[in-house]
Design a binder for this molecule. Structure first.
Ligand SMILES: C[S@@+](CC[C@H](N)C(=O)[O-])C[C@H]1O[C@@H](n2cnc3c(N)ncnc32)[C@H](O)[C@@H]1O
Length: 206
């Protein structure tokens, strides 16, 4: 198993990781519970699929190894694919979400473009990005071999502005306070480990 997947498995299975995931899953549930067909881009170990059994989610990830693990954790459908070249037809999904993935991609712009293409007009997009200004992020990235070091895009506003070319942004907020192992509600940028963007897909010419 590659070292980073091993670390990610340890994180997801830790008490701390479970607390983080519970909060994130609640957020996704509240935003997407009324949407029928949902795509999770960069689904990783399938934690959302596992935690949100009532939602009709397809998990997509580039890593075959991680998908094998996801399939052992949830009965939902998982597909191997590349965010920048999605294998779905136009307007396939009512909603798409992507959690701590876009900022790691070389070409997040093509991923956003592709996500918009496969989302129905007026469908929803929910994006969660790591907040590099948070205490949690600044502590984690100091650790040798930390996955956060692989981040390619630190400018969240730039990602937001690109998303706004395809989606009408209806919500933007700091989310998920972390201090040490304590997970709490806050919108204080210093402690919010995530930045959330929610948008509605614009009508487009076909
Ligand atoms: C930090 S993990 C987040 C996993 C999951 N969303 C979560 O929050 O638990 C980022 C995931 O994106 C996947 N990934 C990286 N590049 C990708 C790409 N080009 N297309 C699709 N998935 C990709 C990785 O394999 C990894 O599982």
């Amino acid at each position: 198993m590659s070292a980073y997947i091993e670390k990610f498995v340890q994180f997801c299975d830790s008490e701390f990781g479970k607390k983080v995931m519970k909060k994130e899953a609640e957020y996704v549930y509240n935003e997407l519970r009324n949407y029928r067909k949902i795509l999770d881009v960069g689904c990783g170990l399938g934690s959302f699929e596992q935690n949100l059994p009532s939602l009709n989610i397809i998990g997509l990830d580039i890593s075959k190894e991680i998908l094998e693990k996801a399939r052992k954790r949830s009965d939902k459908t998982f597909v191997q694919g590349k965010a920048e070249e999605l294998q779905f037809k136009d307007s396939t999904f009512d909603a798409v979400f992507t959690v701590t993935t876009l900022e790691f991609l070389d070409d997040y712009q093509n991923a956003v473009k592709e996500i918009a293409r496969v989302t129905k007009p007026k469908g929803k997009l929910l994006v969660m990005l790591l907040n590099p200004k948070s205490e949690y992020f600044r502590e984690e990235i100091k650790k040798p071999g930390d996955y956060f070091k692989r981040i390619k895009h630190y400018n969240l506003k730039e990602i937001r502005d690109y998303i706004s070319l395809f989606y009408t942004i209806i919500k933007e907020e700091n989310f998920l306070g972390i201090r040490g192992n304590h997970v709490f509600d806050t919108d204080d940028e210093r402690y919010s480990s995530l930045y959330v963007i929610v948008g509605i897909n614009m009508e487009r010419d076909v």
